[in-house]
Design a protein around this ligand. Structure first.
Ligand SMILES: *Cc1c(COP(=O)(O)O)cnc(C)c1O
Length: 385
């Protein structure tokens, strides 16, 4: 099976992890801060907090921004469930904004219309989680403008987008957001096995996320209610979690970050090749914003079903049957049973649902060979003819 995504591990990655195994610290040592510094420097953010997944990063991001029971979090329906679940973890209510039919990202026009209505009803969101789907940056300039007008905070779920650029700057610099989150799951652009990171330019948000990552416990005297009892002393000042990243993961992350630009450039080569190979087929290839540089985590095509004598599902099954590990990113979150129980219904976000009925993720990863790519396209051509 040619998978839709997978990691690339080379000898220097292995050596980096083995070195940690033979060192004094398997966790809470020097590698995590070094990885944080490496990524923060790379993307141009002031602070980075490494955690055990992007899901954890989204959770501590929402906590640090003060999301609570009376609040609303909005996001896009075309994302992994974690982008919405982080709101539910904090007891907040979640709602969605439909996507743009060209970019597949949260639509700024739909956002504005929904904000106008929400302002009238006194139900403005506290946090908007935008997702750079497939690695393509959202229209952050427009969304940031709306955040100024309506007073919401912005989290960029950049799980697909590390190494990509918006207006010539690396995604993650938080120029138009409060916090940016990366994922290091093995299908993503760089990996630490499991892992994630939250970046911010705000000292207070960084300090709070740092607390929430590790039990809400501090050794900083300024955060304590009284003088330390002695040198052993720490205080729990918030309710936090154990979301820490290990030293092994951080060492792997440092090693992988060295190849980040190469990984993304290679994904662009693969995408260009797909664009050419798919030209004559009844599919819509992904639109790329001319002023942005996508991280290209995913290469999603849309089937022109009116020109194909098969259903979406039949095309998917035929390809899987031939060893092509196609996938579907994503099932609209509002159609998940857990969200339907909260009152969301089929038909609530029609552009997202239409997208879901036609989308197909083709294999896209560093290490996919031209021969494999030709096989993917050959199988697709046969299945669609
Ligand atoms: C992968 C992913 C996540 C979750 O990442 P983990 O590191 O697996 O927790 C969240 N949001 C999006 C958009 C993702 O693709």
């Amino acid at each position: 099976m040619i998978p839709y995504g997978r990691q690339e591990i080379i000898q220097s990655d292995i050596d980096a992890v083995v070195e940690v195994l033979q060192s004094d610290f398997l966790t809470q040592g020097p590698k995590v801060p070094l990885f944080e510094q490496t990524v923060a420097n790379k993307v141009g953010a002031k602070h980075a907090i490494a955690v055990n997944s992007a899901t954890s990063a989204l959770h501590i991001a929402c906590m640090a921004l003060g999301l609570g029971q009376a609040d609303w979090l909005w996001t896009t329906p075309i994302t992994f469930v974690a982008s919405a679940n982080c709101g539910l973890y904090c007891g907040a209510q979640v709602d969605f904004v439909d996507i743009d039919p060209i970019t597949y990202n949260l639509c700024p026009k739909a956002l504005e219309a929904k904000l106008i209505a929400a302002e009238r009803e006194g139900k403005l969101p506290k946090i908007l989680v935008v997702v750079h789907l497939c690695g393509q940056p959202c229209d952050m300039h427009a969304i940031h403008g709306l955040s100024q007008r309506y007073g919401f905070k912005i989290i960029e779920d950049a799980s697909h987008a590390i190494g990509g650029k918006y207006q010539g700057e690396y995604i993650g610099n938080c120029r138009y957001s409060d916090i940016t989150v990366f994922s290091f799951h093995p299908v993503k652009i760089i990996t630490t096995a499991e892992g994630g990171m939250a970046l911010t330019n705000d000292d207070q948000l960084a300090e709070n996320m740092n607390l929430y990552r590790s039990h809400g416990v501090t050794r900083d005297q300024n955060r304590m209610t009284h003088e330390p009892d002695g040198p052993w002393y720490y205080q729990q000042v918030e309710l936090g979690y154990n979301y820490r990243m290990t030293e092994l993961q951080a060492a792997l992350g440092i090693s992988q970050t060295e190849r980040l630009d190469t990984f993304v450039a290679l994904r662009h080569d693969l995408a260009k090749r797909y664009d050419g190979l798919l030209k004559e087929l009844p599919v819509k290839t992904p639109w790329q914003h001319p002023g942005s540089y996508s991280g290209l985590h995913l290469y999603v095509i849309r089937l022109q079903l009116d020109k194909i004598g098969k259903t979406h599902r039949e095309v998917f099954e035929c390809l899987r049957g031939q060893g092509i590990g196609v996938n579907l990113h994503y099932i609209p979150v509002h159609t998940q049973p857990y969200y339907q129980k909260m009152g969301f219904m089929q038909g609530d976000f029609p552009i997202a649902e239409r997208y879901y009925s036609e989308a197909l993720s083709l294999p896209m990863y560093h290490g996919l060979t031209d021969v494999q790519q030709d096989t993917v396209v050959g199988c697709l051509r046969k299945v669609l003819s």
